[in-house]
Ligand binder design. Structure first.
Ligand code: NAD
Ligand code: WQD
Length: 344
Protein backbone atom coordinates (compact mmCIF):
# COMPACT_ATOMS: atom_id res chain seq x y z
CA UNK A 1 0.00 0.00 0.00
CA UNK A 2 1.27 3.47 -0.85
CA UNK A 3 2.13 5.73 2.06
CA UNK A 4 -0.13 8.74 2.37
CA UNK A 5 1.26 12.25 2.79
CA UNK A 6 -0.97 15.13 3.82
CA UNK A 7 0.15 18.25 1.96
CA UNK A 8 -1.32 21.44 3.41
CA UNK A 9 -1.19 24.38 1.01
CA UNK A 10 -0.76 21.80 -1.75
CA UNK A 11 -2.45 23.83 -4.50
CA UNK A 12 0.02 26.67 -3.87
CA UNK A 13 3.29 27.37 -5.63
CA UNK A 14 5.75 25.14 -3.77
CA UNK A 15 3.14 22.67 -2.53
CA UNK A 16 1.89 21.79 -6.02
CA UNK A 17 5.42 21.12 -7.29
CA UNK A 18 6.04 18.98 -4.22
CA UNK A 19 2.84 16.99 -4.81
CA UNK A 20 4.21 16.08 -8.25
CA UNK A 21 7.53 14.87 -6.84
CA UNK A 22 5.82 12.93 -4.04
CA UNK A 23 3.59 11.14 -6.55
CA UNK A 24 6.55 10.46 -8.82
CA UNK A 25 8.31 8.92 -5.82
CA UNK A 26 5.39 6.57 -5.14
CA UNK A 27 3.56 8.39 -2.36
CA UNK A 28 -0.18 8.96 -2.27
CA UNK A 29 -0.92 12.67 -1.84
CA UNK A 30 -3.82 14.24 0.03
CA UNK A 31 -3.98 18.00 -0.47
CA UNK A 32 -5.77 20.37 1.84
CA UNK A 33 -5.97 24.02 0.89
CA UNK A 34 -8.50 26.79 1.46
CA UNK A 35 -7.65 28.28 -1.96
CA UNK A 36 -6.98 31.68 -0.36
CA UNK A 37 -3.89 32.13 -2.54
CA UNK A 38 -4.25 29.51 -5.27
CA UNK A 39 -6.80 27.77 -7.44
CA UNK A 40 -7.86 24.16 -7.90
CA UNK A 41 -6.33 24.35 -11.42
CA UNK A 42 -3.12 23.13 -9.79
CA UNK A 43 -4.82 19.78 -9.20
CA UNK A 44 -5.33 19.47 -12.97
CA UNK A 45 -1.69 20.46 -13.53
CA UNK A 46 -0.46 17.82 -11.10
CA UNK A 47 -2.63 15.22 -12.83
CA UNK A 48 -1.44 16.22 -16.31
CA UNK A 49 2.21 15.90 -15.25
CA UNK A 50 1.97 12.69 -13.23
CA UNK A 51 -1.10 10.94 -14.63
CA UNK A 52 -2.50 10.72 -11.10
CA UNK A 53 -5.04 13.05 -9.56
CA UNK A 54 -4.26 13.71 -5.89
CA UNK A 55 -7.07 13.75 -3.35
CA UNK A 56 -8.14 17.32 -2.61
CA UNK A 57 -10.10 18.75 0.30
CA UNK A 58 -10.97 22.44 0.38
CA UNK A 59 -10.33 22.98 4.06
CA UNK A 60 -9.05 25.81 6.20
CA UNK A 61 -6.28 24.55 8.46
CA UNK A 62 -7.50 26.93 11.14
CA UNK A 63 -10.69 24.88 11.35
CA UNK A 64 -9.63 22.04 13.61
CA UNK A 65 -12.88 20.10 13.28
CA UNK A 66 -12.72 20.16 9.50
CA UNK A 67 -9.10 19.08 9.68
CA UNK A 68 -9.97 16.27 12.11
CA UNK A 69 -12.50 14.93 9.58
CA UNK A 70 -9.80 14.91 6.91
CA UNK A 71 -7.40 13.05 9.21
CA UNK A 72 -10.12 10.50 9.98
CA UNK A 73 -11.14 10.09 6.33
CA UNK A 74 -7.60 9.43 5.09
CA UNK A 75 -6.14 7.61 8.12
CA UNK A 76 -3.48 6.19 8.18
CA UNK A 77 -1.51 9.28 7.20
CA UNK A 78 2.25 8.61 7.29
CA UNK A 79 3.47 12.18 7.30
CA UNK A 80 2.57 15.83 6.80
CA UNK A 81 4.19 18.58 4.78
CA UNK A 82 2.88 21.88 6.06
CA UNK A 83 3.04 24.62 3.41
CA UNK A 84 -0.24 26.38 4.20
CA UNK A 85 0.48 29.92 5.36
CA UNK A 86 0.02 33.54 4.40
CA UNK A 87 3.30 34.74 2.96
CA UNK A 88 3.19 38.38 1.85
CA UNK A 89 5.70 40.29 3.96
CA UNK A 90 4.18 43.75 3.33
CA UNK A 91 0.63 42.59 3.98
CA UNK A 92 1.77 41.04 7.27
CA UNK A 93 2.85 44.49 8.47
CA UNK A 94 -0.64 45.85 7.63
CA UNK A 95 -2.57 42.86 9.00
CA UNK A 96 -0.42 41.28 11.71
CA UNK A 97 -3.26 39.48 13.48
CA UNK A 98 -4.36 37.79 10.27
CA UNK A 99 -0.81 36.49 9.85
CA UNK A 100 -0.39 35.37 13.46
CA UNK A 101 -3.76 33.64 13.41
CA UNK A 102 -3.38 31.94 10.05
CA UNK A 103 0.22 30.86 10.40
CA UNK A 104 0.23 29.85 14.07
CA UNK A 105 -3.20 28.29 14.59
CA UNK A 106 -2.91 26.06 11.54
CA UNK A 107 0.36 24.57 12.79
CA UNK A 108 -0.99 24.12 16.31
CA UNK A 109 -4.06 22.32 14.95
CA UNK A 110 -1.91 19.92 12.95
CA UNK A 111 0.38 19.21 15.89
CA UNK A 112 -2.62 18.53 18.11
CA UNK A 113 -4.08 16.07 15.62
CA UNK A 114 -0.85 14.19 14.93
CA UNK A 115 -0.77 12.07 18.13
CA UNK A 116 -4.53 11.53 17.93
CA UNK A 117 -4.14 9.94 14.49
CA UNK A 118 -0.72 8.42 15.10
CA UNK A 119 1.02 10.61 12.50
CA UNK A 120 4.73 10.49 13.21
CA UNK A 121 6.35 13.25 11.20
CA UNK A 122 5.89 16.79 9.93
CA UNK A 123 8.01 18.73 7.46
CA UNK A 124 7.67 22.47 7.98
CA UNK A 125 8.22 25.30 5.46
CA UNK A 126 10.45 27.85 7.10
CA UNK A 127 12.47 30.60 5.52
CA UNK A 128 15.90 32.18 5.39
CA UNK A 129 14.09 35.25 6.69
CA UNK A 130 14.80 33.89 10.21
CA UNK A 131 18.49 34.82 9.73
CA UNK A 132 17.79 38.51 9.08
CA UNK A 133 20.89 40.23 7.66
CA UNK A 134 23.65 37.60 7.95
CA UNK A 135 26.96 38.43 9.64
CA UNK A 136 28.63 36.05 7.18
CA UNK A 137 27.75 34.50 3.83
CA UNK A 138 27.17 31.74 2.99
CA UNK A 139 25.07 31.27 6.10
CA UNK A 140 24.62 27.89 7.79
CA UNK A 141 22.00 26.51 10.16
CA UNK A 142 24.02 27.30 13.29
CA UNK A 143 23.84 31.04 12.59
CA UNK A 144 21.89 33.07 15.12
CA UNK A 145 18.23 33.84 14.56
CA UNK A 146 17.77 37.61 14.33
CA UNK A 147 14.79 39.65 15.53
CA UNK A 148 12.11 39.31 12.89
CA UNK A 149 11.74 42.20 10.44
CA UNK A 150 8.02 41.54 9.86
CA UNK A 151 5.08 39.74 11.45
CA UNK A 152 5.38 37.19 8.62
CA UNK A 153 9.02 36.50 9.51
CA UNK A 154 8.07 36.31 13.15
CA UNK A 155 5.46 33.64 12.43
CA UNK A 156 8.20 31.47 10.92
CA UNK A 157 10.40 31.91 14.00
CA UNK A 158 7.52 31.19 16.37
CA UNK A 159 6.46 28.18 14.30
CA UNK A 160 9.96 26.76 14.58
CA UNK A 161 9.82 27.30 18.37
CA UNK A 162 6.37 25.72 18.65
CA UNK A 163 7.68 22.60 16.94
CA UNK A 164 10.78 22.49 19.16
CA UNK A 165 8.73 23.01 22.34
CA UNK A 166 6.16 20.38 21.41
CA UNK A 167 8.87 17.80 20.78
CA UNK A 168 10.71 18.78 23.98
CA UNK A 169 7.47 18.27 25.89
CA UNK A 170 7.67 14.59 24.97
CA UNK A 171 5.40 14.45 21.93
CA UNK A 172 6.14 11.31 19.98
CA UNK A 173 6.71 13.03 16.65
CA UNK A 174 9.64 14.01 14.47
CA UNK A 175 10.01 17.15 12.43
CA UNK A 176 12.22 18.44 9.67
CA UNK A 177 12.30 22.20 9.35
CA UNK A 178 13.32 23.42 5.90
CA UNK A 179 14.56 26.98 5.53
CA UNK A 180 14.02 27.99 1.92
CA UNK A 181 16.07 30.72 0.34
CA UNK A 182 14.38 32.37 -2.69
CA UNK A 183 12.25 29.81 -4.57
CA UNK A 184 11.83 30.71 -8.25
CA UNK A 185 10.95 29.19 -11.63
CA UNK A 186 8.23 26.81 -12.66
CA UNK A 187 7.69 23.21 -13.67
CA UNK A 188 9.49 22.56 -17.00
CA UNK A 189 6.17 21.47 -18.56
CA UNK A 190 4.67 24.87 -17.64
CA UNK A 191 1.74 22.99 -16.13
CA UNK A 192 2.53 24.51 -12.71
CA UNK A 193 4.11 27.75 -11.59
CA UNK A 194 3.73 30.80 -9.43
CA UNK A 195 0.46 32.74 -9.73
CA UNK A 196 0.77 35.92 -7.70
CA UNK A 197 -2.34 37.74 -6.63
CA UNK A 198 -2.35 41.31 -8.00
CA UNK A 199 0.90 43.23 -8.41
CA UNK A 200 3.80 40.86 -7.67
CA UNK A 201 5.91 41.81 -4.67
CA UNK A 202 8.61 39.27 -5.48
CA UNK A 203 11.28 39.82 -8.07
CA UNK A 204 10.88 36.97 -10.56
CA UNK A 205 7.13 37.25 -11.19
CA UNK A 206 7.63 40.99 -11.61
CA UNK A 207 10.40 40.39 -14.15
CA UNK A 208 8.29 37.99 -16.21
CA UNK A 209 5.22 40.23 -16.06
CA UNK A 210 7.27 43.27 -17.06
CA UNK A 211 8.75 41.31 -19.96
CA UNK A 212 5.23 40.32 -21.01
CA UNK A 213 4.13 43.96 -20.91
CA UNK A 214 1.69 43.37 -18.04
CA UNK A 215 3.74 45.79 -15.90
CA UNK A 216 5.09 48.96 -17.43
CA UNK A 217 8.40 48.94 -15.63
CA UNK A 218 10.28 46.93 -13.04
CA UNK A 219 11.61 49.02 -10.15
CA UNK A 220 15.02 47.81 -9.00
CA UNK A 221 15.19 48.70 -5.33
CA UNK A 222 18.64 50.24 -4.96
CA UNK A 223 21.98 49.95 -6.77
CA UNK A 224 24.13 51.53 -4.08
CA UNK A 225 24.49 48.61 -1.70
CA UNK A 226 27.83 47.16 -0.66
CA UNK A 227 27.68 44.37 -3.26
CA UNK A 228 29.63 43.82 -6.53
CA UNK A 229 27.10 45.68 -8.71
CA UNK A 230 25.31 47.60 -5.96
CA UNK A 231 22.06 45.61 -6.13
CA UNK A 232 20.95 43.10 -3.48
CA UNK A 233 22.15 39.50 -3.63
CA UNK A 234 19.99 36.40 -3.10
CA UNK A 235 20.16 32.63 -3.42
CA UNK A 236 17.54 31.78 -6.06
CA UNK A 237 16.54 28.14 -5.75
CA UNK A 238 14.64 26.28 -8.48
CA UNK A 239 11.18 25.26 -7.28
CA UNK A 240 11.45 21.70 -8.66
CA UNK A 241 14.80 21.22 -6.90
CA UNK A 242 13.15 22.56 -3.76
CA UNK A 243 10.19 20.21 -4.17
CA UNK A 244 12.54 17.21 -4.45
CA UNK A 245 14.14 18.10 -1.12
CA UNK A 246 10.75 17.56 0.53
CA UNK A 247 10.57 14.01 -0.79
CA UNK A 248 14.03 13.28 0.61
CA UNK A 249 13.02 14.80 3.94
CA UNK A 250 9.82 12.71 4.07
CA UNK A 251 11.77 9.53 3.17
CA UNK A 252 14.23 10.28 5.96
CA UNK A 253 11.52 10.86 8.54
CA UNK A 254 9.47 7.82 7.61
CA UNK A 255 12.55 5.58 7.62
CA UNK A 256 13.41 7.01 11.04
CA UNK A 257 16.92 7.88 9.90
CA UNK A 258 17.21 11.15 11.74
CA UNK A 259 19.05 10.96 15.06
CA UNK A 260 17.36 14.12 16.34
CA UNK A 261 13.66 14.64 16.75
CA UNK A 262 13.90 18.04 15.09
CA UNK A 263 16.33 18.73 12.26
CA UNK A 264 16.84 21.99 10.40
CA UNK A 265 18.15 22.30 6.86
CA UNK A 266 18.90 25.25 4.60
CA UNK A 267 17.60 24.76 1.07
CA UNK A 268 19.56 26.88 -1.33
CA UNK A 269 22.10 26.60 -4.12
CA UNK A 270 25.03 28.11 -2.24
CA UNK A 271 25.41 30.80 -4.92
CA UNK A 272 24.60 34.46 -4.57
CA UNK A 273 23.09 36.17 -7.63
CA UNK A 274 22.36 39.89 -7.69
CA UNK A 275 19.10 41.47 -8.79
CA UNK A 276 20.79 43.07 -11.82
CA UNK A 277 22.53 39.81 -12.73
CA UNK A 278 19.21 37.99 -12.58
CA UNK A 279 17.56 40.50 -14.92
CA UNK A 280 20.46 40.07 -17.29
CA UNK A 281 20.21 36.27 -17.23
CA UNK A 282 16.47 36.50 -17.84
CA UNK A 283 16.97 38.79 -20.84
CA UNK A 284 19.50 36.37 -22.34
CA UNK A 285 17.47 33.19 -21.96
CA UNK A 286 14.15 34.77 -22.98
CA UNK A 287 15.51 37.00 -25.72
CA UNK A 288 13.23 39.67 -24.26
CA UNK A 289 14.16 43.04 -22.79
CA UNK A 290 13.00 43.96 -19.34
CA UNK A 291 12.08 47.59 -18.95
CA UNK A 292 13.51 48.61 -15.58
CA UNK A 293 14.69 51.61 -13.64
CA UNK A 294 16.70 52.00 -10.46
CA UNK A 295 14.66 53.44 -7.60
CA UNK A 296 15.20 53.94 -3.87
CA UNK A 297 16.01 51.07 -1.60
CA UNK A 298 13.01 49.09 -0.31
CA UNK A 299 12.65 49.42 3.46
CA UNK A 300 13.66 46.33 5.36
CA UNK A 301 15.50 44.60 2.49
CA UNK A 302 18.36 42.25 3.35
CA UNK A 303 21.49 43.37 1.49
CA UNK A 304 22.98 39.97 0.73
CA UNK A 305 22.22 36.44 1.74
CA UNK A 306 23.05 33.05 0.30
CA UNK A 307 22.95 29.57 1.76
CA UNK A 308 25.58 27.20 3.01
CA UNK A 309 23.71 24.09 1.81
CA UNK A 310 26.35 21.53 2.92
CA UNK A 311 24.17 20.07 5.65
CA UNK A 312 21.35 19.33 3.19
CA UNK A 313 23.91 18.09 0.64
CA UNK A 314 25.64 15.72 3.07
CA UNK A 315 22.90 14.64 5.46
CA UNK A 316 19.87 14.62 3.18
CA UNK A 317 21.87 13.75 0.07
CA UNK A 318 20.07 16.56 -1.75
CA UNK A 319 21.70 19.15 -3.98
CA UNK A 320 20.18 21.87 -6.12
CA UNK A 321 20.79 20.78 -9.74
CA UNK A 322 19.07 23.23 -12.09
CA UNK A 323 21.02 26.14 -13.51
CA UNK A 324 19.76 29.65 -12.94
CA UNK A 325 19.48 30.00 -16.75
CA UNK A 326 17.14 27.00 -17.05
CA UNK A 327 15.23 28.21 -14.02
CA UNK A 328 14.61 31.65 -15.51
CA UNK A 329 13.68 30.03 -18.83
CA UNK A 330 11.08 27.94 -16.97
CA UNK A 331 9.64 31.07 -15.34
CA UNK A 332 9.30 32.65 -18.81
CA UNK A 333 7.70 29.55 -20.31
CA UNK A 334 5.15 29.60 -17.46
CA UNK A 335 4.40 33.29 -18.03
CA UNK A 336 3.90 32.61 -21.74
CA UNK A 337 1.56 29.74 -20.93
CA UNK A 338 -0.50 32.04 -18.68
CA UNK A 339 -0.81 34.42 -21.62
CA UNK A 340 -1.82 31.61 -24.01
CA UNK A 341 -4.52 30.53 -21.58
CA UNK A 342 -5.70 34.14 -21.25
CA UNK A 343 -5.05 34.10 -17.50
CA UNK A 344 -2.53 36.90 -17.56
P1 NAD B 1 1.48 29.93 -1.76
O1 NAD B 1 0.68 31.06 -1.25
O2 NAD B 1 1.56 29.71 -3.22
O3 NAD B 1 0.97 28.56 -1.10
C1 NAD B 1 0.42 28.51 0.18
C2 NAD B 1 -0.93 27.81 0.06
O4 NAD B 1 -1.53 27.72 1.34
C3 NAD B 1 -1.91 28.55 -0.82
O5 NAD B 1 -2.42 27.66 -1.79
C4 NAD B 1 -3.02 29.02 0.12
O6 NAD B 1 -4.28 29.03 -0.50
C5 NAD B 1 -2.90 28.00 1.23
N1 NAD B 1 -3.34 28.45 2.55
C6 NAD B 1 -3.02 29.58 3.21
N2 NAD B 1 -3.60 29.61 4.41
C7 NAD B 1 -4.32 28.46 4.52
C8 NAD B 1 -5.13 27.89 5.53
N3 NAD B 1 -5.38 28.52 6.68
N4 NAD B 1 -5.71 26.70 5.30
C9 NAD B 1 -5.51 26.05 4.14
N5 NAD B 1 -4.74 26.53 3.15
C10 NAD B 1 -4.16 27.72 3.35
O7 NAD B 1 2.94 30.05 -1.12
P2 NAD B 1 4.27 29.24 -1.43
O8 NAD B 1 5.24 30.18 -2.03
O9 NAD B 1 3.96 27.96 -2.10
O10 NAD B 1 4.77 28.98 0.06
C11 NAD B 1 4.58 27.76 0.72
C12 NAD B 1 5.20 27.83 2.10
O11 NAD B 1 6.58 28.13 1.97
C13 NAD B 1 4.62 28.93 2.98
O12 NAD B 1 4.58 28.45 4.31
C14 NAD B 1 5.64 30.05 2.87
O13 NAD B 1 5.63 30.86 4.00
C15 NAD B 1 6.91 29.25 2.76
N6 NAD B 1 8.01 29.99 2.11
C16 NAD B 1 7.82 30.52 0.88
C17 NAD B 1 8.83 31.23 0.26
C18 NAD B 1 8.63 31.89 -1.07
O14 NAD B 1 9.36 32.82 -1.37
N7 NAD B 1 7.69 31.45 -1.88
C19 NAD B 1 10.06 31.35 0.91
C20 NAD B 1 10.24 30.78 2.17
C21 NAD B 1 9.19 30.08 2.76
C1 WQD C 1 14.40 39.89 -3.98
C2 WQD C 1 15.26 41.08 -4.35
C3 WQD C 1 14.34 43.21 -3.73
C4 WQD C 1 10.91 43.16 -6.38
C5 WQD C 1 11.01 37.64 0.34
C6 WQD C 1 10.63 37.49 1.79
C7 WQD C 1 11.29 36.32 2.38
C8 WQD C 1 11.07 35.07 1.56
C9 WQD C 1 11.34 35.29 0.12
C10 WQD C 1 9.24 33.82 2.42
C11 WQD C 1 15.31 42.15 -3.24
C12 WQD C 1 14.45 43.09 -5.23
C13 WQD C 1 12.07 42.81 -5.72
C14 WQD C 1 10.94 44.27 -7.27
C15 WQD C 1 13.27 44.55 -6.81
N1 WQD C 1 9.71 34.63 1.58
N2 WQD C 1 13.24 43.48 -5.93
N3 WQD C 1 12.13 44.92 -7.44
O1 WQD C 1 12.92 40.15 -0.32
O2 WQD C 1 14.52 38.23 -0.76
O3 WQD C 1 12.39 37.78 0.28
O4 WQD C 1 10.66 36.44 -0.33
O5 WQD C 1 9.67 33.39 3.42
O6 WQD C 1 10.77 36.17 3.66
O7 WQD C 1 11.01 38.66 2.48
O8 WQD C 1 12.44 38.42 -2.12
O9 WQD C 1 11.62 38.55 -4.42
O10 WQD C 1 10.79 40.24 -2.74
O11 WQD C 1 13.14 40.37 -3.53
O12 WQD C 1 14.32 45.18 -7.00
O13 WQD C 1 9.93 44.67 -7.86
O14 WQD C 1 14.68 41.73 -5.48
O15 WQD C 1 14.68 44.51 -3.31
O16 WQD C 1 16.59 42.68 -3.23
P1 WQD C 1 13.13 38.76 -0.70
P2 WQD C 1 11.89 39.39 -3.23
Amino acid sequence: MKKKILVTGGTGYIGSHTAVELQNAGYEVVIVDNLSNSTADSIDGIERITGTRPAFEKIDCNDEEALRKVFAKYSPISGIIHFAASKAVGESVQKPLLYYKNNLVSLINLLELMPEFNVKGIVFSSSCTVYGEPDVNPIDETAPIKPAASPYGNTKQINEEIIQDFVTSGANIKSIILRYFNPVGAHPTAELGELPNGVPQNLVPFITQAAMGIRKELSVFGDDYDTPDGSCVRDFINVVDLAKAHVVAIDRMLQDKSPDKVEIFNLGTGNGVSVLQLINIFEKVSGTKVNYKIVDRRAGDIVKIWAEPSKANNVLGWTAKETIEDTMASAWKWQQKLREKGIM
